[in-house]
Design a protein. Sequence first.
Length: 163
Amino acid sequence: MILQRQPNAWSCALCAVAMVIDEGWRKLIEEVGHDGSEIVLPTLPNPGCRRGFHLQELIPLALKRKFAVTPIEALPYSTPDGKSEFPVDFPEGNEKRLQNYMKNSQGVLCGLAGKWRHAVAWTGTQVYDSRGIIYSLDDCKIDIEIYYRFDRIKWNFPFGTFE
């Protein structure tokens, strides 16, 4: 994986995906159709006021390059009525379960980093942060909410080509 620096404060998700799929972020902006700079929440300060990028709009770009993307919640909850919630517990515990999914895989880690959400690339052993740094998971300052695991696929996606 090659470290890519984000062009601005609202492009971390785009750059994280670009690193994982080994593509330049400029090419992905062209394909997704916007640069994330649109102000959508004018009452928030920069970069929170910007549209940015959501992983869901970047998944088709990964599929086009034959990467299957699996979102894995760090702390999943179920809700029978959309209001009441209860945590889903796993025998090995949620932290160990997430680590098992991250082991020997690459993807994008997303969560709260201070005041704003942040996304970084995961190589299987290191975090590649588009702010220009590489560090260990132990040094990660993100409260991880979701891990998007990217796996190479050898078959054609059955619901279209995403081209």
